[in-house]
Design a protein around this ligand. Sequence first.
Ligand SMILES: Nc1ncnc2c1ncn2[C@@H]1O[C@H](COP(=O)(O)OP(=O)(O)O)[C@@H](O)[C@H]1O
Ligand SMILES: [Mg+2]
Length: 242
Amino acid sequence: MAEPPAPAEALRLTGIRKSFNAGSPNAVEILHGIDLTLQQGEFCALIGPSGSGKSTLLNIIGLLDRQSAGQLSIGGDPTAGLSDAALTELRGRRIGFVFQAHNLIGAFTALENVMMPRLLASNWPDATMRQAAAALLAKVGLERWADARVNNLSGGQAQRVAIARALAMDPVLVLADEPTGNLDTAAADSVFDLLRHMNRQRGTTFLVVTHDPRLAARCDRVIELVDGLVRADTRQQATGPA
Ligand SMILES: Nc1ncnc2c1ncn2[C@@H]1O[C@H](COP(=O)(O)OP(=O)(O)O)[C@@H](O)[C@H]1O
Ligand SMILES: [Mg+2]
């Protein structure tokens, strides 16, 4: 019998280093050589002390910042040698972001915010974009809030809109930097459950920075960053609801 096919890669990092203020007297290297591969469909926590380089690493993976050395590929596509325009295109098409502060446009409606990535990406017919965005809002439990301005939503609701927006382009990888950091425990649990549910339902790969050990316990894999290096990388049986 033939071997089952190897699962596809969502992300591969090899020897990623990052220095700030390179070439100046106060140059400082923050990431010291990160090797990491995520397979499609994995739900991973990124943990580590404050200042260990988690956000710096996420910004590099998300093509928002460039590494000083090392290689990065997204969904099997190498990024070496790509122009800024090509990186922007790759980011828009293949990566979704959820930040601690939701980064939505407060004066726009929930629906408009979820439509934004497709509006920016191409000339989709307006009706198709609306339908797709409305369907995503229904999936995150906000069907009735589609026409509400984000400014009028609770923190937990806004994070749900941010999750719908992150999934709008059906990305291979969603990066979430402390997505529940501003929420109370109940709202944090429910936002985390939603991320987990989207992972299981759509097979999207997630890399989620969290300080909360309870939430990390609910991931398939926990990657610990300490002083700019991966100190531990543990696969586990996730606890908690789907
Ligand atoms: N733009 C920057 N210029 C200089 N130093 C930075 C910059 N961004 C982050 N750092 C430093 O890099 C280190 C790691 O920061 P960060 O990635 O935000 O850590 P974490 O998200 O794990 O708390 C910190 O010491 C921080 O001060
Ligand atoms: Mg951070």
